[in-house]
Design a binder for this molecule. Structure first.
Ligand code: NAD
Length: 261
């Protein structure tokens, strides 16, 4: 319970990796702000579950992170209700698979807005409070695609490489303020984001579903296993500990050996 009295905002935490990170931070005692879309009853059940885990408060804010004004409103609400953000996890993200010459312009803009620019906005709202308190943790869910590319994912690979650049830059700016800034870069984790890209990958590469899973997704990972949500969440929770105070500006891979190749 090393995070008792601290507040964590995890973007895109109504599903997948973000929800796993929210649970791990709540288990360490943090108040939680979960963010993202989905079924209202399911979100309320998760919210209550987080309060049971932490013994603290959990709120849901459905800010659309593609809109800087909605991000600003969410931060104003968190300041009023929970006294600001001590742990920021920039996790929300989306994927779209298409050859670059056919890549829909609106999908490019949406992926850059959500996977990259949203992190700039959340960080600029968060840093002043962390500086005042002399403590903070900023974590981005990047991807193996922050280090290597795959064809047909131009916007996603661009945004994830950019997120690492933002992470390193801000890490240097706040290094003397008790604030660490890092990325976690998972390989393939079985979540709706991966499930949803299978049909487009089948189309783009002319493959069956099983071929996409075994010959495209798991082929990248020497362990031949999907990374689990819990494995990513455990590393995020470790980064919030005092033992991690000198890990900053890092991009930590959890990818079954993918980027070692
Ligand atoms: P997911 O689709 O399960 O969850 C995405 C979350 O983002 C959901 O809570 C959704 O409601 C939210 N979201 C979507 N659009 C939003 C918006 N405009 N505003 C606010 N919230 C929004 O995805 P996931 O697989 O858990 O991915 C989470 C992060 O992990 C992403 O950044 C993704 O790029 C990254 N990642 C995933 C994998 C993987 O294999 N699943 C691998 C590496 C990195």
């Amino acid at each position: 319970m090393h995070l008792k009295g601290k507040t964590a905002l995890v973007t895109g935490s109504t599903s997948g990796i973000g929800l796993g990170i929210a649970r791990a931070l709540a288990a360490a005692g943090a108040n939680l702000v979960i963010n993202g879309f989905g079924d209202a009853d399911a979100i309320e059940t998760e919210r209550k579950g987080l309060e049971e885990l932490s013994g603290g408060k959990a709120i849901h804010d459905a800010a659309d992170l593609m809109r800087p004004d909605a991000i600003a409103a969410m931060f104003a609400r968190i300041e009023g209700e929970l006294g600001g953000v001590d742990i920021l996890v920039n996790n929300a993200g989306m994927q779209f698979v298409s050859p670059v010459e056919d890549f829909p312009v609106e999908k490019w803009d949406a992926i850059i807005a959500l996977n990259l620019s949203a992190a700039f906005h959340t960080i600029r709202h968060t840093v002043p409070g962390m500086r005042r308190k002399g403590w903070g943790r900023i974590i981005g869910t990047a991807s193996a695609h922050s280090l290597v590319a795959s064809p047909f994912k131009s916007a996603y690979v661009t945004a994830k490489h950019g997120l690492v650049g933002l992470t390193k830059t801000v890490a240097l700016e706040v290094a003397d303020a008790g604030v660490t800034v890092n990325c976690i870069s998972p390989g393939y984790v079985w979540t709706p984001l991966v499930e949803n890209q299978i049909p487009d990958t089948m189309k783009a590469r002319g493959l069956t579903r099983d071929q996409v899973i075994n010959d495209v997704l798991l082929a990248s990972q020497p362990t031949r296993q999907f990374v689990t949500i819990e494995q990513v969440a455990a590393l995020a929770a470790f980064l919030t500990r005092d033992e991690a105070a000198n890990i900053t500006g890092a991009n930590l891979s959890v990818d079954g050996g993918w980027t070692a190749a």
